[in-house]
Design a protein around this ligand. Structure first.
Ligand code: SAM
Length: 284
């Protein structure tokens, strides 16, 4: 079944009485070039089990299943299940979990379903939860090698920014703490049904980081990062004293330790400075 043929897609959707939910970020891929590229660049291949988040009608799921040993896909919308039964009927290596990705136990799925296969995540993410899903995937420390996802262009720019620049955010620090990130290719809004108001891009995070703090210190590090960026226009001393109750003099001396002035803002600290700065605060 050709899931990028508009006539075929409209026919399936109307036979099942399906209407798109904007709230669930349902923009399905109809450009035939996109899904094979995501699958190939996202580690879907021999020896790999792939976790997909949000199947829609299964256009990406099918391309993943053609290449990987097994695909476990999490989809929240129950209305899509009978559609997927039809569109994925040719594949016996796909299992659908009708759950909310924010609440499901991905670690358990990987352990129980992949039987020692290498694992990776591939998805066209629902845009309303891009950052929370990426942070959840990272913070859960899943045994996965990469996360290859389609996100809105603006989110891709933030994810791929350099830490220590104005374009960066808490999510930029998150991906750079756990791995390395790069933008793979751009996707125009016309590649989706219905077409969203913005363009998209596919990025890949390789989970190959050398940064590893001890659990409590890591928790503290992300608290510092999130607090700092939630008031990014303020100096880091003002932000941390108001949100975390840390004494300004303590912040000044930690800043001095990484060679920065008292007036520094969080976005001016690069990755090494952020880690050293947070460690100095943690020890006080
Ligand atoms: N992969 C399909 C494609 O590319 O055509 C669909 C992508 S669409 C952008 C996002 C999908 O995620 C939708 O099918 C939507 O129902 C599903 N979704 C939204 N929120 C979800 C959640 N919290 N957990 C799991 N799936 C979710």
């Amino acid at each position: 079944m050709n899931l990028t043929n508009i006539g075929t897609v409209k026919d399936i959707l109307s036979r099942h009485g399906f209407s798109f939910s904007k709230g669930l970020g349902q923009n399905f891929i109809i450009n035939p070039d996109i899904c094979p590229k995501i699958a190939e660049m996202g580690n879907a291949g021999e020896g790999f089990g792939i976790i997909e988040i949000g199947t829609g009608i299964g256009v990406l799921t099918a391309e993943l299943a053609r290449r990987a040993e097994k695909v476990c896909a999490v989809e929240i919308d129950t209305r899509l299940l009978p559609i997927l039964e039809e569109t994925l009927a040719d594949f016996d290596n796909v299992k659908i979990f009708n759950e909310d990705v924010m609440k499901c136990d991905l670690n358990k799925i990987i352990q129980e379903e992949f039987g020692g296969l290498r694992a990776a995540v591939c998805a066209n993410l629902p845009y309303y939860i891009t950052s929370p899903v990426i942070m959840l995937l990272l913070e859960s420390r899943l045994p996965i090698e990469s996360i290859t996802v389609m996100v809105q262009r603006e989110a891709a720019q933030r994810l791929c920014a350099k830490v220590g620049t104005r374009e960066s955010g808490a999510i930029t620090v998150g991906v750079n703490y756990y791995g390395t990130v790069k933008q793979l290719f751009n996707v125009s809004r016309g590649s989706f049904m219905p077409a969203p108001n913005v363009d998209s891009a596919v990025i890949r995070i390789d989970l190959n980081s050398s940064h590893r703090l001890e659990a409590d210190e890591e928790k503290f590090f992300f608290k510092v990062v999130k607090s700092g960026f939630s008031q990014r226009r303020k100096t880091v001393a003002n932000a941390l004293s108001s949100l975390m109750g840390i004494d300004k003099e303590t912040v000044y001396s930690a800043l001095e330790g990484v060679g920065l002035p008292q007036t520094a803002r969080i976005e001016q600290l690069d990755m090494e400075q952020l880690i050293a700065f947070s460690s100095a605060l943690f020890k006080k």
